[in-house]
Design a binder for this molecule. Structure first.
Ligand code: HEM
Length: 237
């Protein structure tokens, strides 16, 4: 049994399945993350956002999901490196520009590059928020009104360098997901001629509109609010 599982995971389809499963799990996490971040726009001084973040830290289920999330990202990156290595071996000569297939976009051929930019951003993001909130305790929960997570987010996104890095990473995430959804749907066998265009459209809508515009709204609006001296966290008060 263990032998069969290991054989399957080493096969090409096994690797693609791990890639699709971990990729889609990360997407579910991103949806949840997007929802929590939207609470920052409630204008209640960040209370809804702080309460949600605080609740998560104290939930055992979220703690378990965090471990699965960490394993997923590690597996996704390892499989990405293996699949890209395998593909390069199968096609050692790089495409000449004129010879590039019309059906394969630059982004579909550079998933490792867009993934690496996302990975770099994840590390910086964890260092900025996860470490002070969860490890060193320098940013506290909602019980400390002058030093809470919502204020830390507003301050970080008011920094032009951080806002720009966030925005560029979101752009790469959108393109990564645009191809990623197509690839995952194909792995799941949802690529018959009739419905393929529909899945492609749904994937692009999720990638560019939901995740792209959704996540881009945070650096754009918080940076603008800093420059224009609006108090975005308290607009409804
Ligand atoms: C939040 C972070 C991420 C999300 C949501 C995500 C999502 C996805 C999805 C849905 C796929 C399609 C799976 C499939 O092939 O069926 C995919 C593919 C891929 N991802 Fe990611 N990914 C993320 C981060 C990364 C990182 C950090 C790397 C590498 C450093 C990476 C590298 C790749 C590569 C190379 C593929 C294409 C594999 C192939 O089919 O040849 N991704 N990703």
């Amino acid at each position: 049994m263990a032998n069969k599982v290991s054989q399957y995971l080493q096969s090409s389809i096994g690797k693609k399945t791990v890639m699709a499963a971990t990729g889609l799990f990360l997407v579910v996490f991103l949806l949840e993350h997007l929802y929590t971040n939207v609470l920052l726009f409630f204008g209640d001084g960040g209370k809804a956002f702080n309460d949600a973040s605080h609740g998560m830290v104290h939930s055992i289920i979220i703690r378990i999901i965090e471990v699965v999330l960490f394993v997923s990202i590690v597996l996704h990156v390892i499989q990405a490196l293996m699949l890209t290595g395998q593909n390069n071996k199968a096609r050692p000569v790089k495409y000449a520009v004129s010879g590039v297939s019309k059906t394969s976009s630059w982004f579909s051929r550079n998933m490792l590059l867009t993934g690496s930019i996302i990975f770099f951003f994840i590390v910086v993001h964890l260092y900025n928020f996860f470490v002070p909130y969860r490890v060193t305790g320098t940013v506290n929960g909602p019980e400390d009104p002058a030093n809470n997570l919502a204020i830390a987010v507003a301050e970080a996104l008011g920094d032009p360098m951080y806002a720009a890095l966030y925005l560029v990473s979101v752009l790469f995430l959108a393109f990564h997901l645009n191809h990623g959804f197509q690839s995952a749907f194909q792995t799941a066998g949802l690529n018959n001629r009739r419905y393929a265009p529909l899945w492609k459209m749904a994937g692009s809508f999720l990638a560019f509109i939901v995740f792209g515009l959704g996540f881009a709204s945070f650096p754009v609006l918080f940076y603008l609010s800093k420059v224009m001296e609006w108090d975005l966290l308290n607009w409804a008060k």
